[in-house]
Design a protein around this ligand. Sequence first.
Ligand code: ADP
Ligand code: MG
Length: 393
Amino acid sequence: MAYLSPGTPADLADRARAGLADRLGATATVVARAPGRVNLIGEHTDYNAGAVLPVALPHATYAAAAPRTDGVVRLASAQQDRIWTGRLDETGPGQVTGWAAYAAGVVWALGPLLADSAAGTGGFDIYIDSTVPLGAGLSSSAAIECAVAVAVLHLAGVPITDEVRAATIAACIRAETEVAGAPTGGMDQTVSMLAQAECALHIDFRDETHEPVALDLPGRVLLVTDTGVSHELTDGGYGARRADCEQAAREMGVPTLRDADPADVARLTDERVRRRAHHVVTEIARVADVVAALRTRDLPAIGAAFAASHESMRDDFEISTPELDLAVDTAVQAGADAARMTGGGFGGSIVAIVPAERAEAVTTAIDAAFAGAGFSAPAHLLAEPSAGAGVVD
Ligand code: ADP
Ligand code: MG
């Protein structure tokens, strides 16, 4: 069975250095790595002051970088043909289009942190390479942002303290929202910067806390299947869901859906808005259930929460697709303990907890079901919980 390989950091750092030399003719002084993520549970809860439970993937984005002295930024990526060139003061909102906005936007948003050093204000050559599938709901966007951030902070001589990590998360969120023009709730950047190996990260957006939760399920693997159906966060589906959530909170007179009373949700007059709010309120409760169940290794409870989450996203939040539904149903039938769609929806991936010895049977069953339904072949990867962003030595 072929899983998408995460590669090893040392090999991928070498590949990134070689790419920087080939495409931009520069010699790397640093390579930074930042992981993609898969969310175990807690979907569309981050922007409702709820909680989430993502895991950093071993699959990551690597940024090889070299300083310049002429105030110019050049950006190239192994995953993209177009090289972007501009001045440092051309990296902000409305000035960069396409993939380069995710990287240039970070340089712009980190500006205040870089301003104190000559290297931070001289410009950069940056080359990106990644083993995170793009647009698969596994947050290649936060991975590129955080890899670029760590690389340029290193060049500017800024030590990556806890405080700088927090400022970097905020800068990456600004880059994605204001420069790339894709609304984002903050989960992806937070886990890419703060994840710990072998753990999920329980992030609470009301209390602004984050806490590692050991992912210690004996004999189990975390399987991710990318349906290959690409979601598009800028196409309005995500924004429409956010607007429904805000309307629900307004009608109930609460600041966010985190504060909503389920009885008040049931009384919302608009049927669609009521279902959207019902998803968010029940999903926030399910995050707490799964955190508790992980502590007691209660796989049936995790399975029940994943099933309820998937149904809620399919029926109440209406962000699933036939491919996601088929992958989840097939995984469970073939022996997964738990399976649900993951990420913002409208395509992307599913996440499943599977007995290691059933992993091949599950992937084979999904492949066969997809072929039978006339869907294109999905891709599978194993999500061994990895550490957050840092410099590759
Ligand atoms: P996801 O985060 O789920 O992968 P997004 O739509 O949020 O999907 O982000 C994907 C976009 O991020 C890509 O279309 C591209 O513009 C940019 N991107 C991500 N990774 C890379 C990369 N390695 N090289 C260049 N651009 C990238
Ligand atoms: Mg993204």
